[in-house]
Design a protein around this ligand. Structure first.
Ligand code: ADE
Ligand code: ZN
Length: 332
């Protein structure tokens, strides 16, 4: 499939951290607007710092850059910029993660974060036709009590926020600790997802499924080390939101040519392609499709299948999902 067709191919983005769309240029614009000093002299120096050894190393820089996000307007600008870019990459629907604790712990009110993000998404949606929903991620390397308090604070926003996820540093923070928080989230009518098996072992994926009851696993690539787990995920058609460019940048995978995506598809897993933190990992979602095509020799039918999976794995209602699936077969 040629690049232009791949860009147009309708897709859903299901694994995208809005804070991970903070491009260096916008980071410095917001730093200036808010009188915040970043620990980098300029855009070039910040871009050069985008060389990560692993997930915790990336997260240090990711959280440091968030210091520039202070007001409702900042969150609106970030969200609208992302959705406009995503629309140019064929994204028709996005389910967007944000990290409430990373902002409330700095004194930014949750209302400014959610109202700003929603305002920015609505503005970009009106111009592009790309729809977006919000999923609040709990930080697994912070205390469980804080996750409960965050869920309490999210209660008035149920509906504006459609789900809860689990992210941040993975190794040493098994999902099972958050069993009660996730039970409460499910009882509140929220969708539930969790990062598992990105750097952490297959046992974290089992826990995400059996203890947290997740509907999708974010990343999940280490499932390939456990044949019983692969059988379970394939039998249940549990979506795995893979992020191959992220896996290479965070060195979970040495080289894109060695990514387990082909083996995952061969095993019958329900995989989707996503960009995770595109401002840091070298590409948005169509860029991801293109790089995967080139590095792994993924054929047209498989690329189309991945786009179809993205709508099937999404939380959109059936009628809209059917319309978007029809658009995959007839892109304009
Ligand atoms: N937060 C932002 N990006 C993340 C990732 N790739 N894994 C875990 N937490 C994250
Ligand atoms: Zn992620």
């Amino acid at each position: 499939m040629d690049d232009a067709t791949l860009m147009r191919l309708p897709k859903a983005e299901l694994h995208l951290h809005i804070e991970g769309t903070l491009e260096p240029e916008m980071a410095f614009t917001l730093a200036h607007r808010n009188g915040v000093t970043l620990p980098y002299a300029d855009v070039d120096e910040l871009r050069r710092a985008h060389a990560f050894t692993d997930l915790p190393d990336f997260l240090d820089l990711y959280y440091a850059c968030m210091a520039v996000l202070r007001t409702e307007e900042d969150f609106a600008d970030l969200a609208s910029a992302y959705l406009r870019t995503a629309a140019t990459q064929g994204v028709r629907h996005a389910e967007i993660f944000f990290d409430p604790q990373a902002h409330t712990s700095r004194g930014v009110p949750l209302s400014a974060v959610i109202t700003g993000l929603r305002r920015g998404l609505d503005a970009a949606s009106a111009g592009t036709g790309t729809h977006a929903e919000l999923i609040a991620c709990l930080l697994r390397d912070r205390p469980v009590a804080e996750a409960h308090a965050t869920l309490d604070a999210l209660e008035p926003y149920v509906g504006t926020v459609i789900g809860v996820g689990l992210d941040s540093a993975e190794v040493g923070y098994p999902p099972g600790q958050f069993a009660e928080v996730f039970t409460r989230a499910r009882e509140a009518g929220l969708h539930v997802v969790a990062h598992a098996g990105e750097e952490g072992p297959p046992s974290y994926i089992w826990e995400a499924l059996d203890v947290l009851g997740v509907e999708r696993v974010d990343h999940g690539i280490r499932c390939m080390e456990d044949t019983a787990l692969v059988r379970r995920l394939a039998a249940d058609r549990t979506p795995l939101t893979a992020c191959p460019l992220s896996n290479v940048r965070l060195r979970a995978v040495d080289d894109l040519r060695e990514h387990p995506l082909p083996a995952m598809l061969e095993a019958g897993l329900m995989v989707t392609l996503n960009s995770d933190d595109p401002a840091y990992f070298g590409g948005y979602v169509a860029d991801t499709y293109r790089e995967v095509r080139d590095a792994l020799g993924i054929d047209d039918a498989t690329l189309i299948g991945l786009a179809r999976n993205s709508f099937r794995a999404s939380f959109i209602d059936d009628q809209r999902a059917q319309a978007l699936l029809a658009a995959v077969d007839d892109p304009r």
